[in-house]
Each structure stands twice: as structure tokens, then as C-alpha cells.
Ligand binder design. Structure first.
Ligand SMILES: [Zn+2]
Length: 442
């Protein structure tokens, strides 16, 4: 405990600028979908640079696997890995009827989201705070019968790129903070993901979109100031995953399951394929080994695992919704069922250890240190940090070092606030170690 306490001081002086005990602080969590950690390296981003000077910047952050939008956003809201929160895919599906719902339709399937893990809006409201959400994945659902007090879900076929809308949405949530006295709001922008998919992460179009994001970051901070919020509002800006270029052309050996010798779709009763680099299969009774053996090793860039043998670091195994066979490809490759059905130039959904899958992270506000760059950390840790800033007790989460849980720290509610710091400190500790390691990898 003593060691933890001294680490606690270390973290407090590292990332959190001042104690957050006097007046309750507010938190705005912003996600720019698919903003890869290094997107500011080849574009002038004066507003993101200024935010780093005025606050904390992480080298990069590591999302949970599967690196796609709804699952990783629900991790931001809950601090749980995907196998633990259960929103395992963008698409709701039913293996009995073979029905699947799109990303947008799945937003409205309550039982897909309300699955035992509470997002921070509900936890905050249960503890007397007020929360809101605009367009953030998971906003449309209710949780144990509750919804965020102020919320807005985007309409069907929404134009996620419109900069004027971005400004209006920003002013709307700042109005919620000022006029409704909300304590926490999550705000979602659907770019640069769309542009990254369509044109690829190395395209001039993506660089233009990063400029638009940068202008909007400036707008968000200006709007906070206009609404008189800067003294109490902490702004965290991050993303759900990165983006990588898809290899195209006749020389690329495509991965098409129907062409793999020994593999038959007639051995499979349900499949979730044609969704970028990842897929899941439910073999028919007695066909698991046949399907597995046919696919395993069939292509040098295809990874095939039985659910229970998944690599530990992916933490994508222990959930009933995950199907018995999990497939994913190496960066650059996508997974096709019968033939290619989408032709994106950029994709995500790959192993979360791949550098191209890492998002960015910035934070500014009264609680944060100024002009500080920290090493990488996992996005599960953002949830306990936000709970700490809001002064609320977090739900069970995966933030921090698991060893602290294992060492008997669970259940000491009297020191819960302190524990939060301990967890965060643990993260900062591992930052430093990993930072050294990662510098060699670049
Ligand atoms: Zn996304």
C-alpha cells in the first residue's frame, strides 16, 4: 500500500494537475471515429498542438479487440474489455434465424447493449449526477430501464462529415453543460473513419479531413469558453480505433473462404463475414473440427482460432455471443466469404497490437497537467479516470493493473477513491516501461 501511495503521488503530479475535490468538475468525452494516433504527423494541426500544450497528450492508446466501432466505444463508456461488456460486434445477429442487423439498426436493439454492464451515463445518474450523449454509439439503448438524461441519436442516413453540423452539435452539448448543468456528456463524430475507409489513410482526402477535425477541436475549446465552462470542464478527445491501407491489385492473394480446399459453407450453420478483416463461424453440429482443420493454415495472412484457444492478449473469448471459430487477417488483407463485396481502401478490425489500430488521446481542463506527454495506455483506463474526475464510484471495470484486483483490493469500498488513483498510477507505471519498449519498435 505504501508503494501504491507513493505511486499515487507520482501519477497525481504527472497527469492530474490539481486535486479535484473542491467543486465537482465536469467531463466531456469526445470521439473522432477512426482517428489514428499518428494522423497529426503529416498534417498541420494547430488546435491539436495547442491542446497538447495546454494539457496531456498520450503517445497513443490501445483499443480493445475487436477494433471496430460499437464494441470499442462501449469500452470507453464502461472500462470493460469487449468479452466482458458483451457488445462484441457492430452487428446484432441471431444464429438460429441467421438474421443480422446493420451498424445503425443495431443501435436500437436494446438487449444487445443492455447486457449487464452499465455505461458511465447511467452510473453517474444513479449517483445523483446528470449525463448526456450525442450520437455516441450506445446512446439509443436504455440500460436497466434508464437512458441518458439528455440524448440525441443521429437520424438514418446521417451525413457524418458536415462541419456545420459538427459546430452545431458542439454548441448543443455545451448548452447542456451550462443550461441543464450536466456533469458528463459523450460526443461522437463519425470522421475521419468514413474518409479513411473510402480513400485510405494515406490519401489527401484523409489529410483534409484531419484538418476539419483539427478546426473542430479548436471550435470545441472556443465553445467551452463562450459558454463559461473552462474552469470546470475537462475535455478528453480520443477515438475508437485506427485505420490501415488495404492491399489491392492482381498480385495480392485474396482471402476467400469458399475457395479454400476442404472448406464448405454447407458445414457452417451461421457466419458473420464480409466485415473487413474479421469473421466468426458457427459450424453445424459435429463439423467444428472439419471446418477448423480446413481453414487453419490455409492462407499465410489468415488467423483461425477456436474461441477457447484465442490468444490471451485479444481478450476476445469469454462471452457466449462469440462464435466457436474466430477468424482475422493480417493488416492489408480482408476476409471474403464467396467473393469481395466491399472495396474500401482503408480498414480496421485488426489485432489491437498493430500500430495502425491505435487511436490518439488528448485531455485538457482544470484537472489535467499542462504540456505533458505520457506513454501509451489501454483505452479501458479512460473510464476509471473519468469516474475519478466526476467523483463517482466506478462499476467493476478492467482499467488499471489486474494484479491490484488479484491482490485483494476488491471490496475495500472505503478507499475506493484512492484505489482509482492506484489503478491509474499502475497504468502510468506501465506507460513508462512500455514507452521504452515501444520506442525500439518504431
Ligand atoms: Zn469506428
Amino acid at each position: 500500500m505504501l508503494r501504491a501511495a507513493s505511486l499515487c503521488v507520482l501519477w497525481a503530479s504527472f497527469v492530474l494537475g490539481v486535486p479535484v475535490t473542491k467543486e465537482r468538475q465536469k467531463v466531456l468525452l469526445v470521439s473522432f471515429d477512426g482517428f489514428r494516433w499518428d494522423y497529426d504527423h503529416d498534417v498541420d494541426t494547430p488546435n491539436l498542438d495547442q491542446m497538447a500544450k495546454d494539457g496531456v497528450k498520450a503517445q497513443y492508446v490501445t483499443p480493445p479487440y475487436l477494433t471496430i466501432t460499437s464494441p470499442t466505444h462501449f469500452t470507453l463508456l464502461t472500462g470493460r474489455y469487449i468479452e466482458n461488456h458483451g457488445v462484441i460486434h457492430n452487428m446484432w445477429f441471431n444464429t438460429t434465424t441467421s438474421e443480422k442487423k446493420t451498424y445503425y439498426s443495431t443501435q436500437f436493439v436494446n438487449e444487445w447493449w443492455d447486457n449487464g454492464t452499465l455505461p458511465i451515463w447511467i452510473t453517474a445518474q444513479k449517483q445523483g449526477l446528470k449525463a448526456g450523449s450525442l450520437h455516441f454509439p450506445g446512446t439509443a439503448s436504455s440500460y436497466q430501464g434508464q437512458v441518458a438524461m439528455m440524448r440525441e441519436v443521429e437520424p438514418f442516413l446521417y451525413d457524418y462529415k458536415n462541419e456545420t453540423d459538427w459546430h452545431e452539435n458542439t454548441d448543443k452539448v455545451m448548452g447542456w453543460f451550462r443550461d441543464q448543468d450536466l456533469d458528463f456528456v459523450s460526443l461522437y463524430f463519425g470522421e475521419p473513419d468514413g474518409t479513411g475507409h473510402k480513400y485510405g489513410p494515406d490519401s489527401p482526402e484523409r489529410r483534409e479531413m484531419v484538418k476539419q477535425v483539427d478546426r473542430t477541436v479548436g471550435y470545441i475549446r472556443d465553445s467551452a469558453e463562450r459558454h463559461g465552462l473552462t474552469k470546470r470542464l475537462n475535455i478528453i478527445i480520443t477515438a475508437d480505433h485506427g485505420m490501415t491501407t488495404v492491399f489491392r491489385g492482381p498480385q495480392v492473394e485474396q482471402i476467400t473462404l469458399s475457395k479454400i480446399p476442404g472448406f464448405r459453407f454447407s458445414d457452417v450453420s451461421f457466419q458473420l463475414l464480409d466485415y473487413g478483416p474479421s469473421g466468426m463461424l458457427l459450424p453445424k453440429p459435429g463439423k467444428l473440427e472439419t471446418v477448423y482443420k480446413a481453414l487453419k493454415g490455409a492462407h499465410p495472412h489468415l488467423h483461425v482460432y477456436k474461441k477457447e484457444e484465442m490468444p490471451e492478449h485479444l481478450r476476445f473469448s469469454k462471452n457466449d455471443r462469440i462464435l466457436p471459430i474466430v477468424l482475422w487477417t493480417d493488416p492489408g488483407y480482408v476476409l471474403n466469404g464467396f467473393f469481395p463485396v466491399q472495396f474500401n481502401k482503408g480498414e480496421h478490425g485488426f489485432d489491437n497490437q498493430e500500430m495502425d489500430m491505435k487511436p490518439f488521446f488528448r485531455a485538457v481542463g482544470p484537472a489535467f497537467h499542462r504540456n505533458l506527454v505520457v506513454g501509451p495506455f489501454e483505452t479501458v483506463n479512460i473510464y476509471p479516470l473519468m469516474c475519478h474526475l466526476l467523483g463517482i464510484e466506478p462499476e467493476l471495470n478492467d482499467g488499471g493493473n489486474v494484479n491490484f484486483w488479484k491482490n485483494g483490493f476488491i471490496g475495500l469500498s472505503a478507499v475506493a477513491g484512492f484505489l482509482l488513483l492506484v489503478f491509474i498510477v499502475t497504468i502510468s507505471h506501465s506507460f513508462l516501461k512500455r514507452k521504452q519498449k515501444n520506442q525500439r519498435q518504431f
